[in-house]
Ligand binder design. Sequence first.
Ligand SMILES: C[S@@+](CC[C@H](N)C(=O)[O-])C[C@H]1O[C@@H](n2cnc3c(N)ncnc32)[C@H](O)[C@@H]1O
Length: 257
Amino acid sequence: MVEGGHISIPDTGWSEQDSADFIAYGPEFTPEGERLRETVLSLLAPVIADSETPYIVELCCGAGQLSAAILERFSNTRMTALDGSPAMLAETQANCAAHADRLDAKLFNLAESDWREVNLKPTAFVSSLAVHHLDGPQKQRLFQYLYRALNPGGVFVLVDIVLPTTPVGLEIAAKQWEETVRAQSITKHGDLRALDAFKRLEWNFFLAPDADPIDKPSSLADQCIWMRESGFEAVDVSFCLAGHAILSGLKPDAERR
Ligand SMILES: C[S@@+](CC[C@H](N)C(=O)[O-])C[C@H]1O[C@@H](n2cnc3c(N)ncnc32)[C@H](O)[C@@H]1O
């Protein structure tokens, strides 16, 4: 884990300009962001209720909306929020200021292994819209690490874009994503400024899946299989819209069997 300072994350291609764009328009670019967060909170609730000292690690926290929602909802929970972007971490600290005493926000590089050497043993790992920056084998290694590192009885909740397996699936995801951004732009701004930015920034991965090597989503089915192969049980999908899905899996608690 990197303590302070600036790290670039060139191996993924994510830049501080991407952070600035996502800080400006991420809420409108994210299909049903509130429903996504509420679903993650629902998946965390039983595991947190079972823990005397709940501790959650968020990978690639971005501007910190999910961390803030977790800290707000679960008042006994401590969190570590990790991201590779200094600008994003500053947003996280600002958005979680009311719960700063329970939050540790740190720089890291998801693709590196140094942060995995720390013995975290969290109650849950969560990640939203970032693991698709890893390729398939990197995702498999990440899932294996997360399973090992979780406390028994813990949960891994993954929100991410998923790769449709057919051309028509890509068309559906692209269309649904644009429709949700259009609707969210009108709701928030009364005009199409967020949709215009979405198009100008060519953010809709599903329109040109090979255009930018920064995005390497895997199919929903592959990721369910990789979670099962890593040891996770009760692997499930709780949301899927516009190519965005929520997957989760439990690490069984042998003592409770
Ligand atoms: C699309 S944003 C999602 C942010 C937030 N999780 C959300 O759902 O709103 C992707 C985030 O992943 C971070 N990121 C991308 N690649 C990374 C890497 N290799 N290591 C650390 N952070 C990374 C970016 O800095 C950014 O905050």
